[in-house]
Design a binder for this molecule. Structure first.
Ligand code: ADP
Ligand code: MG
Length: 449
C-alpha cells in the first residue's frame, strides 16, 4: 500500500512525498482511512510504529477539506502527557503546517503564562499541549472549544496515570458537540481505566489494535540481570558501558534522586552524560533534550518522565537501572530504541526491590525471561520464590506460620488489571490479578506536566 492510495488532498500528498514517506506503516494503513471516514478511534500499535503521522495526516486532511465550524476556536487539539513529547509532535506537525495557511501553537506547563495568552489570542487552528496548562487557560476563558473538530489524545493512558482525568474531562465538556471527532493513541491502551474513560469521551469508537501491548517487539533484544544491591547495579552498568557498542543510551531510574546520583557518578568517570528530571525549569529541559537529540551527549539518565513517545533515532540501548513502577512503562521505556525498523537492546537490572515489578512485566508480556550472567558479576540474589500453597505446610506448623505471616506480610492489595480482547468496536474485558506494586516503590516521585 502507498500513501497515494488514501486519496489525500494533493497539497497534503505532496507534503508527505516531500518528507520522503511513501509507504504507510501498518497502523497508518488502518487508522488514516478510519479517521478520514470520521470515526472515533482507540488505536494502538507498538512503540516506534508511526502513530504520530497516523493522526497528523487525517487531521490535516480534515482541515483542508472541511470548512471550519468557528472562525476563532481551534480546530484540532492534540494532548500528550509530557512537554518533551508535545514539543516533538509539534515539530512534526509544523513540517505540515508551515507550508499551509494553518497556524499551530504549542502550550506547555512551565512556560510563560502571559505569552501563551497572547499566542492563544491569535486564534490558532492547531493547539499541541500538555493537559494541565491547557485546562488553566480554558478555565480563564483564553480560548473556547465550541468549534473544536478533532481532539487527539496521544499516550492517553499515561495522561490518566498522571492524574489528568479531571482536566481531560473539562476539555471534553468544553468541546462536547455532535461534530467533534476523538482519536486516542498509545502502545498500551487496554486497561480498565482507559476503557471507562474512552466510553465517556468517544462516540461509537472503532478499535484498531496492531498486535497488542503483550506482543513481543522483535526489533528489541531484551536481557535481564539479577542484582544484589545498588553497588552491584552500578558495577553492572559500568561493565556494559565499557563493553557494549552503543550509539546513545537512555538509563531509566526509579526516582529523581537516583537520576542525579547516577549522573554524577558517570560524569566523574568521564562519560558523556546528562540527566533529565521534572524539577528542572523548562529552559533547562529543552536544552537537555535538544543537546541529547543532536548527539552532544551519549547517555541520558532519567525517570519515566521520558518513557513515552520520544523518537530519538540514535538510541541503541535502553537500561532499566530500576524496573518501572507501572508495568506498562516497561514497554514504553524499551520502546525508545528499536524505532521505525531499526534494532535496539534493552538491558534490565532486577534486584530484590525490583522483583515484583519484574514478575508483573513477565505477566504483562505473557513471557518468562531467563537471566543472563556477566562473568565476575554474578548475583547472590536468585529471585523470590512464590510462597508454598497452604496444603504443602504441615498441619502442626500451620498456625505458627499463619501467625508469622500476619506479622510480616504487608496488607495484601490485589491490583486488578483488565486485558482487552479485540472483538470489533470495543474490547471485552477479562479480569486478571497481578502482584501489588504499592510496597516496592513508595518513594518514587511522580513527574507531571
Ligand atoms: P510511535 O508514536 O508509534 O512510537 P512515531 O510516530 O514517533 O512512532 O514514529 C517513529 C518513527 O517512524 C519516526 O521517526 C517517524 O518519522 C517514522 N515514520 C513514521 N511513519 C513512517 C512511514 N510511513 N515510513 C517510514 N518512517 C515512518
Ligand atoms: Mg508516539
Amino acid at each position: 500500500m502507498q500513501f497515494t492510495d488514501f486519496g489525500l488532498d494533493s497539497r497534503l500528498m505532496s507534503m508527505v512525498e516531500h518528507l520522503g514517506f511513501t509507504e504507510p506503516t501498518e497502523i497508518q494503513q488502518h487508522a488514516i482511512p478510519a479517521a478520514m471516514a470520521g470515526h472515533d478511534l482507540i488505536a494502538s500499535s507498538k512503540t516506534g510504529s508511526g502513530k504520530t503521522l497516523a493522526f497528523i495526516i487525517p487531521a490535516m486532511e480534515r482541515l483542508i477539506r472541511n470548512r471550519a465550524l468557528s472562525k476563532r476556536d481551534p480546530r484540532v487539539l492534540i494532548l500528550m502527557p509530557t512537554r518533551e513529547l508535545a514539543k516533538q509532535v509539534f515539530t512534526q506537525l509544523r513540517l505540515f503546517t508551515s507550508g499551509s495557511q494553518f497556524k499551530a501553537v504549542l502550550i506547555l506547563g512551565g512556560e510563560n503564562f502571559n505569552d501563551q495568552v497572547k499566542t492563544l489570542e491569535k486564534d490558532p487552528h492547531f493547539i499541541v499541549a500538555t493537559p494541565g496548562r491547557l485546562a488553566d487557560h480554558l478555565s480563564q476563558g483564553h480560548f473556547y472549544l465550541k468549534g473544536l473538530e478533532l481532539l487527539i489524545l496521544d499516550e492517553a493512558d499515561r495522561m490518566l496515570d498522571l492524574g489528568f482525568s479531571k482536566q481531560l474531562k473539562q476539555i471534553n465538556d468544553a468541546a462536547d458537540h455532535r461534530k467533534r471527532q476523538t482519536l486516542m493513541f498509545s502502545a498500551t491502551l487496554d486497561h480498565a481505566q482507559v476503557n471507562e474513560f474512552a466510553l465517556a469521551l468517544l462516540k461509537k469508537p472503532k478499535r484498531i489494535a496492531i498486535g497488542s501491548a503483550h506482543t513481543e517487539h522483535k526489533d528489541i533484544t531484551k536481557r535481564f540481570y539479577l542484582c544484589d544491591n545498588l553497588d552491584h547495579k552500578q558495577d553492572l552498568l559500568e561493565h556494559f558501558l565499557k563493553t557494549e557498542k552503543y550509539q546513545q543510551v537512555i538509563i531509566f531510574t526509579a526516582t529523581r534522586s537516583d537520576t542525579d546520583r547516577l549522573s554524577k557518578l558517570l560524569t566523574e568517570q568521564g562519560l558523556s552524560t546528562v540527566a533529565l528530571s521534572g524539577e528542572l525549569n523548562q529552559g533547562q529541559r529543552n536544552q537537555i533534550m535538544d543537546g541529547f537529540s543532536k548527539g552532544q551527549q551519549k547517555i541520558l539518565i532519567t525517570t519515566d518522565l521520558a518513557s513515552r513517545g520520544l523518537d530519538l533515532v540514535n538510541v541503541s540501548h535502553v537500561f532499566n537501572f530500576d524496573m518501572p513502577k507501572h508495568t506498562e512503562e516497561f514497554v514504553h521505556r524499551i520502546g525508545r530504541t528499536g524505532r521505525a525498523g531499526s534494532t535496539g537492546d534493552a538491558i534490565s537490572f532486577v534486584g530484590p526491590k525490583d522483583w515484583i515489578s519484574f514478575k508483573n512485566v513477565e505477566g504483562f508480556l505473557q513471557q518468562t525471561f531467563n537471566f543472563d550472567v556477566v562473568d565476575g558479576l554474578k548475583a547472590e540474589f536468585k529471585g523470590i520464590k512464590p510462597k508454598k500453597p497452604k496444603g504443602a505446610v504441615k498441619a502442626k506448623s500451620l498456625s505458627k506460620a499463619n501467625d508469622k505471616a500476619k506479622r510480616v506480610q504487608p496488607k495484601k492489595v490485589v491490583k486488578r488489571v483488565f486485558v482487552a480482547q479485540d472483538v470489533g468496536e470495543l474490547p471485552v474485558l477479562r479480569k486478571k490479578s497481578v502482584l501489588p506494586v504499592s510496597e516496592i516503590d513508595n518513594n518514587s516521585e511522580t513527574e507531571t506536566d
